[in-house]
Ligand binder design. Structure first.
Ligand code: SF4
Length: 384
């Protein structure tokens, strides 16, 4: 293994790799749905070391990568509105929308500010009452409780100048969509430990039964990943399809109940567009009606309607171009992120990889984000 000696316990790593090889009677296909895990698998040479026994394909585990181009376009439009301050996590600034990035918009005079927490955006709204502060809320279940807290805080302060672009997504419906997609080769899943810290893992039981697929909750450390892979192949080799928690030091069966309560108070589950996968039933969240006045798509309804913005309920019909961009087949761009995000191709199979597309000059979100699969391949591994 490329970096075996860098493991905290190299002997244990060798032992797990050997056990995975001995256990598999055929090459198994597993998918992780967590950008942190993708990077760890490549960085530590695990994908390459196991390549003869296990094919690791990388699912849509990068929240920045699956944020629809249309939501990014909407954020850009708001940033150019007078008296509007658009706040966002830093990763989102370099992700292309239909034609440009939030960084481009900032260079053109748009008001865009990086924040490290949605609570910082609430504080900006509180201290700058003459401006409207919009927070671009992206991310999986891990970040939803914090934005829910921000909304509650804004409500308690009775802020009239704060809103969110809600682009949060849920992992399990995406896994279902992948299993139902034509040509799906996934035999087992490594479930994202950080998401399960919030959600728990009970909700995976029906999924494992319905699709006859093992689901193994794992962490990010290389030994956690090797242990999770071993559990997954053991199940496959003994015709078992169970949910197994191999990250018990962080994940409880029912997850973080107070975080879930906070999320339920502020958000409800809704159909949601994912870049690369299309609209996924129950694939995201929207604000509950009592917090609807914090929805930027409603506050700026005219703009969002003009843009056919899907983040505003009810969902509206998309233009052909916008729909194509959401499904990853944008005619303005040769990026094959849709196929990368669903595991149909590896980043290196995209003709633009490493030539016309690199972290310095990205054509698509998976090359921009710190959690993107294309960025991981570029940084750690050009083949596999
Ligand atoms: S290498 Fe670049 S162009 Fe190709 S799929 Fe990845 S992000 Fe898109």
């Amino acid at each position: 293994m490329k970096h075996l000696d860098e493991f905290r316990d190299p002997q244990m790593a060798r032992s797990l790799v050997g056990e995975i090889r001995r256990t598999t009677t055929q090459r198994r296909v597993l998918m992780e749905v967590c950008g942190g895990q993708t990077h760890s698998l490549l960085r530590h040479g695990i994908a390459a070391a196991l390549n003869d026994s296990v094919e690791l394909i990388h699912g849509p585990g990068c929240p920045v990568c699956v944020t629809p181009a249309e939501a990014i376009d909407f954020a850009q439009t708001l940033a150019l509105e007078p008296n509007v301050l658009l706040t966002s996590f830093g990763d989102m600034l370099r992700v292309p929308g239909s034609s440009r990035t939030l960084l481009d918009v900032r260079r053109d005079g748009g008001d865009v500010k990086i924040v490290y927490s949605p609570l910082d955006a609430v504080e900006l709204a509180r201290t700058q009452p003459d401006r409207h502060v919009v927070f671009f809320a992206v991310g999986f279940e891990t970040t939803v409780p914090t934005t829910a807290l921000a909304v509650k805080q804004a409500a308690e302060l009775d802020l009239q100048n704060f809103s969110l672009i809600v682009a949060h997504v849920r992992v399990l419906p995406a896994m279902e969509a992948i299993m139902q997609s034509p040509g799906c080769r996934v035999e087992g899943f490594l479930a994202a430990g950080h998401v399960c810290t919030i959600t728990g893992f009970e909700e995976y039981n029906n999924f494992a039964d319905q699709f006859s697929t093992p689901v193994v909750v794992t962490g990010f450390e290389p030994l956690d990943l090797l242990d999770g892979i071993l559990e997954c192949v053991r199940q496959l080799e003994s015709d078992r399809c169970e949910v197994s928690n191999r990250y018990a030091r962080s994940v409880q069966r029912r997850g973080n109940l107070s975080a879930q309560q906070l999320m339920d108070e502020v958000y409800e589950v809704a159909d949601s567009p994912w870049r690369g996968l299309g609209v996924i039933p129950q694939g995201g969240y929207r604000l509950r009606s009592e917090f609807g006045h914090f929805d930027a798509a409603r506050r700026f309804a005219e703009l969002s309607e003009q843009m056919g913005c899907m983040i505003a309920p009810p969902l509206v019909q998309l233009s052909e171009t916008a729909a194509a961009c959401i499904t990853g087949a944008c005619p303005q761009n040769e990026c094959r992120s849709g196929e990368v995000l669903t595991g149909l191709i590896k980043p290196v199979e995209c003709a633009a990889f490493g030539t016309r597309c690199s972290p310095e000059s990205p054509l698509g979100a998976p090359m921009v984000s710190a959690e993107g699969a294309c960025a991981a391949y570029f940084k750690y591994q050009r083949t596999v």
